[in-house]
Design a protein around this ligand. Structure first.
Ligand code: SF4
Length: 338
């Protein structure tokens, strides 16, 4: 018999904040509104956000996910994902006369702007991030001649710069805060004049979700992170939990991926979700846990969040134009009815 079943002290620590961040919410609503406004199909370059459930739900409504811009038929509508795109992608879309809606998270756009500015000032930019991640490809594309990707502390020794007195580091928005600071520490040993970004590149949502996990990890026998395997910030949450003392940690897209063997000897289960995960999936996990005796749920609140972003300008413009036409039609109908 397990410790949990012996003592009857099964409980759940539920992280807050968790789930959707402002950038993901905006990106998902952008595709929904685009479908309402223009009708299906609406093409989306790459996964709008890195979550299986979100992508499948939007596909059912008529979104078509493609890998590259040249898969979109000429003149069609394409949404660029929250992770951002390189300028060359905008050029490709223009060449195909696509109607583009850019759902890049404003906090990713901020990093793009920093890259452009430092490149204009002839800095070598050391971009800390994961090779092949869409966000990193997009940011690197802003100034490929000036940007060197640094994957983590172990890659610091290999970094070459033109002028060690003119070096700045930037980062992907969804990294582990601790590991990034370790990479920066080592970079600074090599380049003492290394400049910091003007403000944090690791975004508030990533930081807050990691903070909540840090606060509960040491008390947690099993941490369940709801999120997809290709979601950088979700993967980081599992890593942070294990680093901070959780005895085990798993990433699941859906509750039915949870293996009953994981509960052996487990009293305290931690639950959180990545920034691209709808709350309904967390509720399913909580129901699943309740069925196994983990009904006692304690919130662990690390921060309050109130950030919201306006929809992309091009979409707001078209929504406003549609509302204007609808209002005119109502006035016209009212006029002809008399
Ligand atoms: Fe924006 Fe951060 Fe959310 Fe990414 S995780 S979409 S950078 S708020």
């Amino acid at each position: 018999m397990t410790a949990a079943t012996t003592t009857g002290t099964k409980r759940v620590l539920l992280a807050a904040p968790r789930g959707y961040c402002a950038g993901v919410d905006r990106a998902v609503v952008t595709v929904e509104k685009a479908l309402d406004l223009y009708g299906p199909p609406v093409y989306v370059r790459k996964q709008i956000v890195h979550n299986k459930h979100v992508v499948a739900t939007l596909e059912k409504r008529g979104a078509v996910f493609v890998d590259e811009t040249d898969e979109v038929p000429e003149g069609a509508t394409v949404v660029f994902s929250a992770h951002g795109v390189a300028p060359v992608v905008h050029d490709e879309a223009k060449a195909l006369s696509l109607r583009t809606i850019d759902a890049t998270c404003p906090l990713v756009t901020k990093v793009h702007r920093e890259a452009v500015r430092f490149a204009d000032d002839e800095y070598d930019i050391l971009l800390i991030g994961h090779e092949g991640h869409e966000e990193v490809i997009g940011t690197s594309g802003e100034a490929p001649e000036h940007i060197t990707l640094v994957g983590g502390p172990d890659e610091v020794d290999r970094v070459q710069v033109r002028d060690p007195d003119k070096v700045v580091w930037l980062s992907q928005t969804t990294l582990s805060v601790d590991e990034t600071m370790e990479t920066v520490r080592r970079l600074r040993e090599r380049f003492p004049k290394l400049q910091d970004p003007p403000s944090d590149d690791i975004c508030y949502a990533t930081q807050n979700r990691q903070l909540a996990v840090r606060q509960m990890a040491a008390e947690t026998d099993l941490m369940i992170v709801v999120g997809s395997q290709n979601s950088s910030n979700s993967v980081r949450l599992v890593e942070v939990a294990l680093e901070q003392g959780a005895k085990a940690g798993h990433l699941v897209d859906y509750a039915d991926e949870i293996d009953d063997a994981w509960f052996d000897g487990v009293q305290t289960v931690g639950v959180t979700s990545g920034a691209s995960v709808p709350e309904v999936l967390v509720r399913d996990v909580l129901d699943h846990l309740a069925e196994r005796g983990y009904r006692d749920v304690h919130p662990v609140v690390a921060a309050e969040e109130s950030t919201m972003f306006a929809l992309p300008r091009e979409l707001r413009r078209d929504i406003k134009a549609r509302e204007g036409r609808d209002a005119d039609a109502v006035r016209h109908d009212a006029g002809t009815a008399h």
